[in-house]
Ligand binder design. Structure first.
Ligand SMILES: [Zn+2]
Length: 296
């Protein structure tokens, strides 16, 4: 049996499974201060395991996190805006509680893996996953393997061209008006002084500006990694009509620069993330599954 853990900005989910794409006994807890959250996580891990023999665990961790198994700080949270989480060893909490090997990646890389293998990727070799919520994160499977570089992609901080009607200063604590600063859930809330799910009469304008920024990420991914599919997840992705607006804005921005591209030929290219909102959790279980296979 496998155990999967997805630590998100607002919620942590834990599940067990025999097959990675079938999470079972899913339990959730809110992400609060580390001490309180980790005590509760230890208890939830024990509950989910239910006294059964666990072979391995997968951890899909919010970034930035050290994903290098050779590093002395493997599994430790890096410089994050989440208060008091920097330096927390997420991997050790899971490993020490369950006493099993823990295979770890970022939440977005795990979601990319899940979508590529079990979701909208349909087994294709190249898929990028974009989440737009508390922050903006990107994970990618390239030629069938998760993309890391020397750590992992941080494309949420992409430098973007300004929408001509947007003078919002942005909310990124590092850059102000990077992509995350202008298009994350907190950015929407601050700019429109409304919950992103409740924009009402401001929706068309908000959607148009949001799509303008997200399209720059989609096109950047396309130029850099040539994915067959971009999967769009996170709370903001559910904004009515956003998917179509992003596809349309991406085609405009591409401007014929790649005539063979699916956008130019009308084939679907950007999809909403599937897997019932459990891409991260399914990804965590897949990391555990693949990790075990690689050791055998
Ligand atoms: Zn930034």
């Amino acid at each position: 049996m496998l155990v999967g853990v997805e630590t998100g900005g607002t919620t942590i989910r834990v599940a067990r499974a025999d097959r990675p794409d079938r999470p079972f006994h899913v339990l959730t807890l809110p992400t609060r201060a580390p001490e309180e959250t980790l005590d509760r996580l230890r208890q939830v891990l024990v509950d989910v395991a239910g006294g059964q023999r666990v072979e391995a665990a997968g951890l899909a961790a919010f970034g930035p996190v050290d994903v290098d198994p050779q590093s002395p700080t493997f599994g430790v949270v890096g410089a994050t805006p989440k208060a008091h989480w920097q330096g927390v060893d997420l991997r050790a909490v899971v490993a020490d509680t369950l006493g099993v090997p823990v295979f770890l990646d970022t939440d977005v890389n795990a979601a990319a893996l899940a979508e590529q293998r079990w979701g909208v990727g349909g087994g294709c070799t190249d898929l990028s996953y974009v989440t737009v919520g508390t922050g903006i994160g990107v994970g990618a499977v390239v030629e069938g393997r998760l993309l890391h570089g020397t750590s992992h992609p941080e494309l949420g901080h992409l430098v973007v061209r300004r929408h001509p009607d947007d003078d919002f200063e942005g909310v990124c604590r590092f850059h102000g008006d990077c992509l995350e600063g202008l298009a994350s859930g907190p950015a929407l809330r601050r700019r429109w002084r409304r919950d992103p799910a409740d924009l009402a009469e401001r929706l068309p304008r908000a959607r148009s500006i949001e799509a303008f920024y997200l399209a720059q990420l989609v096109v950047t991914l396309e130029y850099a990694l040539s994915p067959l599919v971009v999967a769009l997840g996170g709370g903001v992705a559910a904004m009515p009509g956003l998917l179509d607006a992003v596809v349309s804005a991406s085609a405009d921005l591409l401007g014929g620069a790649r005539g063979d591209h699916p956008l130019a030929t009308g084939r679907p290219f950007v999809h909403l993330s599937g897997l019932d909102g459990q891409a991260g959790l399914v990804g965590a279980l897949t990391l555990a599954h693949d990790g075990l296979e690689a050791r055998d």
